[in-house]
Design a protein around this ligand. Structure first.
Ligand code: HEM
Length: 160
């Protein structure tokens, strides 16, 4: 495959993965959690959350890996490692930070202790726990959206 074609393909796959990943985070944040908060029975609420968020976690795990591989391929292709030393490319740093945050949650914290902690807290004080989880999602979604805006502008010539 011609080098330029594989680079273009990497860019397209990068965005393909990000749409499925951050789009899912947006759905969980703006639709799923607010709806779950309205379910009166705390056991039903928890069960539905675990079922739906658990399914999404699989999608998120696959898409974060695709994002990393395609991102690294583009960096290597363009030889732009030096951008990480320049403040005007803050959006490159932010992409890596967002990726790292989600990767830690999905592959390390969640299986190690986060799931068990959430389950326990949700049975002790469901309202407070879902409020906290919602806030965490709002923060992560906001940072992700700022990253997408910054990366879209930066990758297409806007100089900050
Ligand atoms: C380790 C993780 C990541 C790496 C190594 C990476 C790397 C890259 C690279 C090299 C580019 C091309 C920049 C250019 O053309 O000047 C890019 C573009 C982009 N990335 Fe990432 N990225 C990562 C994670 C993310 C994340 C988490 C997001 C979103 C939340 C994201 C969103 C974007 C967007 C929107 C573009 C612009 C695509 C375009 O319009 O051409 N990336 N990324």
């Amino acid at each position: 495959m011609e080098a330029f074609t594989s680079f273009t393909l990497a860019r397209a796959l990068h965005i393909f993965a990000i749409v499925l990943w951050i789009g899912g985070v947006a759905f969980v944040t703006t639709v799923l959690i607010p709806s779950l908060k309205q379910i009166p029975d705390i056991h039903d609420r928890l069960a539905l959350f675990e079922k739906l968020e658990g399914k999404f976690a699989i999608q998120a795990r696959i898409t974060t890996v695709i994002t990393l591989l395609t991102g690294l391929y583009m960096i290597d292709f363009m030889q732009i490692w030096g951008r990480f030393l320049q403040a005007e490319f803050w959006w490159m740093h932010l992409m890596v930070i967002v990726w790292l945050l989600f990767t830690l949650v999905l592959f390390v914290f969640e299986p190690l202790f986060l799931h068990a902690w959430f389950r326990k807290q949700a049975l002790i004080d469901s309202k407070k726990t879902f409020k906290r989880v919602h806030m965490m999602h709002i923060i992560l979604l906001t940072v992700s959206l700022i990253t997408i805006l910054g990366a879209m502008l930066g990758a297409h010539g806007f100089r900050f």
